[in-house]
Structure formats: structure tokens, C-alpha cells
Design a binder for this molecule. Sequence first.
Ligand SMILES: [Cu+2]
Length: 339
Amino acid sequence: MRHFIVVGILTIIASVLLYLGLSAAHLMPVAASAQAVPIDWMWNLILIVMSFFFSLIVVPMGYSLIVFRRRRGETGEGAHFEGNTTLELFWTAIPLLIVVSFSVLGARNLAQTLARNPQAPVIKVTGLQWSWRFEYPADPETGLVVVSDQLHIPVGEQVLLRMTSSDVIHSFWVPEFRVKQDLVPGRFTELTITPTEVGSYKVRCAELCGTSHYSMEKPVVIQSQADYEAWMAGELEKAKLASSSPEGFGQLLVQQNGCAACHSITGGTLVGPTWLGLYGSQVELSDGSAVTADDAFIAESISNPQAKIVKGFESVQMVQYAFTPDELSAIVAYIKTIK
Ligand SMILES: [Cu+2]
């Protein structure tokens, strides 16, 4: 009996110390959304249960190794036990109860993170190799639509992200929001976010999606209502300006579609060829022929990149974009200006 009391006390002490240690390790980043609350609550509960069961196994094992070790002069066999129905019933029933409770709590918390306000504004999110595209609700006065590669949300306001992918499966993940959702080509998935902490975070792709998967990081900015409105006004201004010149429109499209992930405008070679001095230059192709980089060649390379492959880029994973003819000529007009 004395052994049980000592082991019981040691197990409780070890559980508490382990839980305090794990809590102090800050295993999770700051919680910045209302959806993070039920998830962190569950995480904390799991830490408590885990600390207890880890101690319940390790403490009696360590205690037995030390206290019941073979002493000098002892040569006999240890006592032999076979089966203990009461113990077996307990160690079947208790874990079963815990697992069932966790599934009930998990379902309840999942429902809380999915709960949404039907009036929440909808931001359309597109994942593409290798960037993000966020399309905000149209401005009620001008009808202009702001598209950005950054996600801005005013603090305290719930938004619904309606997400899809233009190529392969990506996954929207902002660790500070805790929730994560896949973006699947040809399908729409949804995620509700209610940011609670002003700050700058990052969205990253949590689904291996090709060569530059690692670089699919874009800013997520949670700001006060006033700051958000100021940002939105600036973006609307940019959209208005862009709609007045083809080069401006082209530059905006390039920015919105994350083209810079693969094409530099400064001469360096990224995944694809640089755009610096591209227009009008002689381009060597993989089949040994050469072509002048004119409007037709650039437009074709955007909408059908496999048609003519530039020498040295044979093995690159290429992105095919479905731009309208107007958009294509705007992008070509912009590339013309990069000299
Ligand atoms: Cu991705």
C-alpha cells in the first residue's frame, strides 16, 4: 500500500510539472482569431490529459526499476502473475471513455469554428503556383473590384473566404488563426475568419504544390476599421488609375497574379526567364531555332507556355493563365516598358 501512495503522489507531481513545462514552452503562436479560442481550449485539455498519462506510465516504471531492483545476493525468480480482470476492465473502459469524450468535444468545437454570420462579406481567394490572389467585394459606389496578393481584414469583423485553385491543390494556413482549409481546382471551399488581434501575419501554403511551394507566403494584415478603409481607398485609387492605361492595367494584373514569383524584372533568373529587356529581343528556343519576342510571342507564352520553350527552361513547371485578349495585350504593353 505504501508503494501505491508514493507512486500516486509522484505521478501527480510529475503531471503538474510536465503540464507547466509544456505550457511555458509556448508551443502555439499568438491566437489572433475567434476561431482559435475553441481550438486552443481543446489543445490545452489535450496537454493536461497527455501530461497525466505520460506520468502515469513513466513514473511507476521508473519507481519499479529503482525500488524493486535485484539486490546483492538475491538469486531467486521474481513472482509470476497471470491476468487481472479488474485491471483489464479499467484500462479498457477509461481510455474508451476519454476517446469518446474527446470526439464529442471535438465535434462541438468544430461546429464553433465553422459557425458563420450569413451577412459576412465574402473575399474570393485563389491559390496558384505560387501565389495567392484575394478579390474583395466590389466597391458599392464605383463598382471597382480590388484584387491584391495581400489579405487585409478589419479587426473584429467576420469574413467568409470562398476559395478555389487555378492549378493544383493548395492549402490556406495562417497559424495565428489556427484553422486551415484546402483549395481544390474546380471546386469552392470555405473558411470563416473573425480576426481578434491587430497585427501582421503570413498566409502560407500547407500542401506541397510544386517547385516554389515554399515561397507561397503573402502578408495577412489585421487592422483597425480606419486603417482598413484607408488601405482599401488606396487600392481603389490604384485600380482606377490602372483602368486608364494599358501599361498600368498590365502591371496591376502582373501584381495580382503573382507573376513575380517566377519572373524578375531586374535581370535575375528565377523559375522562369526575366522580363528585363525581353521585348524585341532575340530569344533562343529549346529546339535550336530563334524567335523575336514580339506581342504575339509573349501573348502565346502566357496563354500556352508549352508552345515555344525558351532554351534552358525545358524542365520548368509552367503556369498556363486564362487571360482575356484585353488583359493579354495589357500585360504585353507592361512588359514592353521593362527595359
Ligand atoms: Cu501551394
